[in-house]
Design a binder for this molecule. Structure first.
Ligand code: SAM
Ligand code: SF4
Length: 318
């Protein structure tokens, strides 16, 4: 079992397979990302898999592949199969913008993927275009439909932004409700890479939904940062409320970047690389680095403080 320096059980690994992306969402990326990691510095899937095995052997029970846009990475299905064959009971999920999902969904499902979280910020072509800075909606909706058709469990992520998609929250909720997907509204997290004036707070989001629906606040979803809310007919939606709750007291997660940095917290600068240890097949050293990083996991994130990290979400996987 992996226990961090503050006694928390860590069983969730988020794996960023690339920081590159085919979208330029205004809340996530500058129009011209300034620091692409050179391709040769990325860990190969074989090397990443060696590290994931270490994690699983030590107590990781949930792995989420993310990015940047993970579907940009060739042979993602083969990587998923390696992980799934090694640990069939693992909770193995993917976060994607779905632009390339229509063609990939069946292969990903066959490889052992169980769940997919998809970013969908608007159901209007022009608004989706404005946010992603590319004409994306048609392909995204086709990707979602295909993922559903092949039997992947779907959750939708939406970042509500003032004067951009805030008139659409009910439409997005109703679309998800009709389709049987859970929707999670994520409060916009301010960062120096984004190009957005303001996001909606949880209270703003609730006030908009209240205009049409009664709902009650439930529990937070396990160790997840998502706070559950229930409509009168039982439909569950979530709001991720970092401005209200820092989720730190029961944080169970650890992140690895595409080049092999182990990051104990999204809002904390310190990270250690397992790349050399893994490339030289020194599994013991990789395991030692994992333990060191866990000991160094801060009790509370450093959001807003001086030792916060300026890493972008597209680098760490959000
Ligand atoms: N490209 C994939 C996608 O968009 O789903 C995976 C990576 S993306 C960085 C992961 C999640 O982070 C997405 O749901 C996205 O909406 C969220 N995200 C990115 N920047 C954010 C911000 N500034 N505030 C809140 N959520 C953000
Ligand atoms: Fe790309 Fe996802 Fe960031 Fe949008 S949120 S720019 S899709 S990494």
């Amino acid at each position: 079992m992996l226990i961090d320096g503050h006694g928390r059980k860590v069983n969730y690994l988020r794996v960023s397979v690339t920081e590159r992306c085919n979208f330029r969402c205004q809340y996530c990326m500058p129009e011209k990302p300034f620091s692409w990691v050179p391709q040769e510095k990325l860990l190969s899937f074989e090397d990443m898999f060696e590290f994931i095995k270490v994690g699983i052997d030590e107590g990781i029970e949930k792995v989420r592949l993310t990015g940047g846009e993970p579907l940009l990475r060739k042979d993602l299905d083969k990587f998923i199969k390696m992980i799934s064959d090694y640990s069939p009971s693992l909770d193995l999920a993917l976060t994607t913008n779905a632009f390339l999902l229509e063609d990939a969904a069946q292969k990903l499902k066959d490889a052992g993927l169980k769940r997919v979280n998809i970013s969908l910020d608007s159901l209007q072509e022009s608004v989706a275009h404005h946010i992603a800075q590319k004409n994306v909606l048609d392909k995204v909706l086709k990707g979602i439909a295909k993922a559903d058709e092949v039997g992947l469990k779907i959750k939708i992520n939406c970042v509500p932004l003032k004067d951009i998609n805030d008139t659409e929250l009910i439409d997005l909720l109703e679309y998800c409700k009709r389709k049987g997907y859970e929707i999670r509204f994520i409060e916009y997290m301010e960062n120096s890479h984004a190009n957005v004036k303001a996001g909606l707070t949880s209270e703003d989001i609730q006030n908009i939904i209240k205009e049409k629906y009664n709902f009650v606040r439930g529990e937070r979803e396990g160790n997840s940062p998502s706070q559950n809310y229930f409509l009168e007919d039982g439909y569950k939606f979530g709001i991720i409320e970092p401005h209200l709750d820092d989720f730190c007291s029961d944080c169970n997660r650890l992140r690895i970047t595409a080049e092999g940095y182990l990051i104990p917290c999204l809002y904390f600068e310190d990270a250690l690389s397992i790349a050399d240890a893994i490339k030289s097949k020194n599994i013991k050293e990789a395991s030692n680095i994992l333990k060191k990083v866990l000991q160094n996991k801060p009790e509370k994130n450093k959001w807003g403080s001086e030792d916060n990290s300026d890493r972008a979400f597209y680098e760490t996987g959000g």
